[in-house]
Design a binder for this molecule. Structure first.
Ligand SMILES: Nc1nc2c(ncn2[C@@H]2O[C@H](COP(=O)(O)OP(=O)(O)OP(=O)(O)O)[C@@H](O)[C@H]2O)c(=O)[nH]1
Length: 231
C-alpha cells in the first residue's frame, strides 16, 4: 500500500479542520477550536489502488503557524483552502502557494484550490468566478467549491490531489526507468566499442605476424631473385 501525505493549508477559520474531519470521519464539526496541528489517517482505494493517506490539518491562526515550513517540506500534495465568506482568506492563499512552490522548489506540485463554506450563500463575498480566476492564474490548478457542512465536493477534492500525486510519482518512476535503460545501453555500447577495438588490434597483430613469417621464410623468396655476386 502506498503512503500519501496530504497537507491542508489556509487562513484561520476557513474550515480546514471541518473539511478534513468530514472526509476522514464523515461528520461535521460545528464548534470552532483553532487547530495547532492534527494528523489523520485514512485508507481509500483510488483507481483500483489501495492508498494510505496521512492528512495533516495545519494551523491557520498566525500564532500557531511556525511549523508550516516543516509541514510543507514533508507534504506530497496540498489542499489550499479559503472561505467564500472571507475575501482576505483568498489573498492569504496567494502567499501560501508561493511558499509551497519555493519550499518544494518546483512549479509542479500536486494541489487543489478549495473555496469552502459554499452553503453560506447569504454571506458569500467571493464568487465562483473569483475562484476560477485564481485557479487559472495558478496554471489551471483544480478548483472546488466545497461545503464541509453538507459534504459537497469534499471527497472529490481529496481524491483529486491524491490522483495528482500518483500521476507525478508514476511519471518520475517512468523517467528513472528510462534513464536507467539509457545508461545500460550506453554501457553496452562502450563494451562493444572496447571489444571491437581489441579485435582490431588482434587482427593487426595476426597480420603483422603473418607478414613477418612470410618475410623470414626462404621458400617465399622468388626463384629469379636469388642473390649472386658476379666477381
Ligand atoms: N456553514 C459552514 N460552516 C463551516 C464550514 N466549514 C467550517 N465551518 C465552520 O467554520 C468554523 C471554523 O471551522 P474550522 O474547520 O475549525 O476552521 P479551520 O480552518 O480549521 O480553523 P483553524 O484551525 O483556526 O485554522 C467552525 O465553526 C465550522 O463549523 C462549511 O462548509 N459551512
Amino acid at each position: 500500500m502506498r503512503d500519501y501525505k496530504v497537507v491542508v493549508l489556509g487562513a484561520g477559520g476557513v474550515g480546514k479542520s471541518s473539511v478534513t474531519v468530514q472526509f476522514v470521519q464523515g461528520v461535521y464539526v460545528e464548534s470552532y477550536d483553532p487547530t495547532i496541528e492534527d494528523s489523520y489517517r485514512k485508507q481509500i482505494e483510488i483507481d483500483g489502488r489501495a492508498c494510505d493517506l496521512e492528512i495533516l490539518d495545519t494551523a491557520g491562526v498566525a500564532q500557531f503557524t511556525a511549523m508550516r515550513e516543516l509541514y510543507i517540506k514533508s507534504g506530497k500534495g496540498f489542499l489550499l483552502v479559503y472561505s467564500v465568506t472571507d475575501e482576505n482568506s483568498l489573498k492569504e492563499l496567494l502567499a501560501l502557494r508561493e511558499q509551497v512552490l519555493r519550499i518544494k522548489d518546483s512549479e509542479n506540485v500536486p494541489m487543489v484550490l478549495i473555496g469552502n463554506k459554499c452553503d453560506l450563500e447569504d454571506d458569500r463575498v467571493l464568487s465562483i468566478d473569483d475562484g476560477i480566476k485564481v485557479s487559472q492564474d495558478w496554471g489551471l490548478v483544480p478548483f472546488y467549491e466545497t461545503s464541509a457542512m453538507y459534504k459537497t465536493n469534499v471527497d472529490e477534492a481529496f481524491v483529486d490531489v491524491v490522483r495528482q500525486i500518483m500521476r507525478k510519482e508514476a511519471s518520475i518512476s517512468a523517467e528513472k526507468k528510462q534513464q536507467k535503460e539509457l545508461q545500460k545501453q550506453n554501457e553496452l555500447n562502450k563494451q562493444e566499442e572496447a571489444q571491437s577495438g581489441a579485435n582490431d588490434t588482434q587482427k593487426e597483430e595476426t597480420q603483422n605476424n603473418r607478414l613477418k613469417q612470410s618475410i623470414n621464410d626462404p621458400s617465399n623468396t622468388p626463384s629469379g631473385s636469388k642473390c649472386c655476386t658476379i666477381m
